[in-house]
Write a protein that binds this ligand. Structure first.
Ligand code: GLU
Length: 329
């Protein structure tokens, strides 16, 4: 075989190999999903991220014809689970239920974040925007924001508040309450709102800032007393509950949101398939009712809208987190 014929044969084999690989990829994309999808929740079970993931994931599984398996990878304000997804294969089988923590507040508050909220992920769909709430154990001697401020002012450093971890909106909610109210409280971070709630309901920690979906049941059955919602306006599911701003802390606002992300560079057809399944799941009557019951604002966006949302939120919260004193130096 001459040199040039050998070269031709080699290029042919390389080209054929590449075409074969492209064919395999195209088939894998057309057949997606052909096995269960893992949806990583970067917080413990029992928190609102877990609640939303199970609700939407179950419906998505029915739509896609493959189960969506929830895996709780809690810790470090959502950092651990997010890093796992950022480093996973970008084939659509490992997804993240991201929140304002993982994609806006961790980068603003934590000293070390082992992922880039923009570059390391493929945005898929913004599912819902969710109110937060300030709750206390029923034995806590205050019923309103004003009374809580009075109790804290009279007892500097005596009381603690629980949150879902450093770098979460619940941590920011507590620090904002302290800085705008001029009061002291100790922060007790947990691996998610689920374990934090257990301790607050048991009376081990008197105060908590939570996402409304995980606290709503405890508020309705009297195991927790709601003091105020953290949103700008009151919420329809608890119309008598004032906002914290109305209660006396003008300008006070926090919330969370839940969104689906995959690792960076996911194939577009797979992103579209997951996006459509997620947005269709949000239109299901049961899913809609459960989210409406806790005043979650159902969105269901395009991947591009979620990408834009992340950039806006990163820019919005960095100065607020810094001014609140939440930033870990
Ligand atoms: N939702 C989190 C949890 O399930 C708390 C913070 C957040 O919304 O990012 O514990």
């Amino acid at each position: 075989m001459t040199e040039s014929r050998l070269f031709d044969r080699r290029s042919f084999l390389i080209a054929a190999g590449a075409a074969g690989l492209a064919g395999t990829h195209a088939r894998a994309q057309a057949n997606f999903p052909s096995r269960p999808i893992t949806l990583i929740v970067p917080f413990a079970a029992g928190g609102s991220t877990d609640i939303v993931a199970r609700l939407v994931g179950q419906k998505m599984g029915e739509i896609l014809g493959q189960s969506v398996v929830i895996e709780n990878r809690a810790g470090a304000g959502g950092n651990i689970g997010s890093t796992a997804v950022a480093r996973a294969q970008a084939d659509g089988y490992t997804l993240l239920l991201g929140t304002i923590s993982t994609h806006a507040l961790n980068p603003a508050i934590l000293k070390t974040v082992t992922f880039d909220a923009v570059k390391d992920f493929t945005p898929i769909s913004l599912l819902a925007i969710v109110p937060n709430v300030m709750v206390v154990h029923p034995d806590f001697p205050a019923k309103t924001v004003k009374e809580v401020l009075e109790v804290l002012k009279a007892n500097p450093g005596k009381y603690s508040y629980a949150s879902s971890g450093v770098g979460t909106p619940l941590h920011l909610s507590g620090e904002l309450f302290k800085s705008l109210g001029g009061v002291q409280m100790n922060h007790v971070p947990y691996r998610g709102a689920g374990p934090a709630l257990n301790d607050v309901v048991a009376g081990a920690v008197p105060i908590m800032f939570d996402n409304l979906p995980s606290s709503a049941g405890f508020i309705r059955n009297g195991q927790l007393r709601a003091i105020g919602v953290t949103t700008k306006a009151r919420v329809s599911s608890f119309p008598d509950l004032p906002t914290i701003a109305e209660g006396g802390l003008a300008g006070y606002e926090t919330y969370t949101w839940n969104a689906l992300f995959g690792p960076a560079n996911m194939p577009r057809p797979i992103v579209e398939k997951i996006n459509q399944a997620a947005n269709q799941a949000l239109k299901d009557e049961t899913v809609k009712k459960k989210l409406n019951d806790v005043s979650a604002d159902i969105v269901g966006s395009t991947p591009e809208q979620l990408g834009e949302h992340v950039k806006v939120e990163l820019a919005k919260w960095a100065p607020i987190a810094k001014a609140s004193g939440a930033v870990v130096e």
